[in-house]
Design a protein around this ligand. Structure first.
Ligand SMILES: *[C@@H]1O[C@H](CO)[C@@H](O)[C@H](O)[C@H]1NC(C)=O
Ligand SMILES: *[C@@H]1O[C@H](CO)[C@@H](O)[C@H](O)[C@H]1NC(C)=O
Ligand SMILES: *[C@@H]1O[C@H](CO)[C@@H](O)[C@H](O)[C@H]1NC(C)=O
Ligand SMILES: *[C@@H]1O[C@H](CO)[C@@H](O)[C@H](O)[C@H]1NC(C)=O
Length: 307
């Protein structure tokens, strides 16, 4: 960190660094767009019980005034900083091409084979860290604010189906295509294009209206009867496995299906995938709230954090 800071202050080094980052990391980009992450976090925060709402507020820096979603994109902003380079593989899972399943031992590692360094491992890690918050032991090895932000962000990522995708195309990043009239790629279609097109076509570009519609659909709309089953998993390891499997299944059935480099995706693809994207954002939010209510709630059981 110090080295980095020192270099940063000297003349043109920042630019060279910046260029280096773009060249090295430019191909593997981002997560749910900021819009997707903001909605996931806002949905979650709206579902917090008082203890969890209080803990979240205490952990957030003052300048966001208790607004979790204001910092939910932070892990994307810092992932290529020297200090946080270790987090870069935590945003996704690469699965073997065309197998359409997820196996934790086989797939959850970074490109060097370091175990647990994938989005499923990260969610367990930061859930466990946060579960010590209540004990007030304030384990100094861990920064609880960062743990909260990482967890909140990665809960979004694990629900973005193309974040659990094939290795050789980097979760659809290298499948270049057209989204209606402009250039895009398959990964980005799921991160952002579908959300933005929906916002433009149906909500006058007002993301908060879109978010309210999602919330309405699980409080007493189309997903009302499903919400209990969304929360159906007993310990964090079982949960993350279930969520990753859901994502790769959707990636195969709806993401990759019928798509190859050079195609144009438009109304048919948009209309059939839109409900899936909305449901994944809803599930990410509901399940993030579930974890935060577990770790910060009344101390009842310790099963959750036992990983
Ligand atoms: C919280 O932050 C998000 C993202 O910056 C913003 O869209 C939203 O309006 C904020 N909410 C409040 C109540 O300020
Ligand atoms: C868990 O978090 C710590 C820092 O808080 C980090 O050093 C470690 O690599 C993380 N492991 C995973 C699997 O995310
Ligand atoms: C925890 O992390 C945040 C964000 O990186 C930082 O601003 C804060 O100073 C850290 N807190 C401690 C106690 O190190
Ligand atoms: C909510 O449900 C309505 C009624 O089925 C549907 O038309 C709308 O697209 C859904 N909205 C979202 C954001 O899922």
């Amino acid at each position: 960190m110090d080295l980095y800071r020192r270099l940063w202050r000297t003349s043109s080094v920042p630019f060279v660094f910046f260029l280096g980052f773009v060249l090295i990391f430019g191909t593997r980009v981002q997560a749910w767009s900021k819009e997707g992450h903001i909605m996931t976090c806002q949905i979650a925060q709206d579902l917090l019980e008082p203890e969890a709402a209080h803990a979240v507020r205490m952990l957030l820096p003052d300048y966001v005034d208790g607004n979790l979603s204001a910092l939910c994109v932070w892990p994307d902003q810092i992932r290529h900083w020297y200090k946080y380079r270790w987090t870069s593989s935590l945003h996704f899972i690469d699965t073997p091409d065309e197998t359409c399943n997820f196996d934790y031992i086989r797939d959850c590692h970074d490109p060097h084979g370091k175990k647990n360094m994938c989005v499923a491992g990260a969610i367990q890690n930061f859930t466990t860290q946060l579960s010590h918050y209540r004990e007030g032991t304030s384990d100094r090895r861990y920064n609880m604010t960062e743990a909260l932000l990482f967890l909140s962000h990665f809960m979004g990522d694990i629900h973005q189906p193309m974040h659990v995708g094939f290795t050789s195309d980097a979760g659809g990043n290298s499948i270049e295509l057209r989204w209606f009239r402009h250039k895009s790629n398959l990964h980005h279609v799921w991160d952002r294009e579908i959300i933005l097109t929906a916002a433009k076509d149906f909500y006058g570009k007002d993301m908060s209206l879109l978010q309210q519609d999602i919330e309405g659909n699980f409080t007493d709309g189309i997903w009302h009867d499903d919400v209990a089953s969304w929360k159906d998993c007993n310990d964090i390891f079982t949960c993350v496995n279930k969520w990753a499997v859901e994502s790769i299944n959707i990636a195969c059935k709806w993401g990759y299906k019928g798509v190859e480099s050079g195609v144009t995706l438009d109304d048919d693809y948009f209309n059939s995938r839109l409900p899936i994207v909305m449901k994944r954002i809803a599930q990410g939010g509901v399940r993030l709230a579930m974890i935060l209510n577990w770790v910060f709630g009344e101390p009842v059981e310790d099963t959750i954090a036992a990983t």
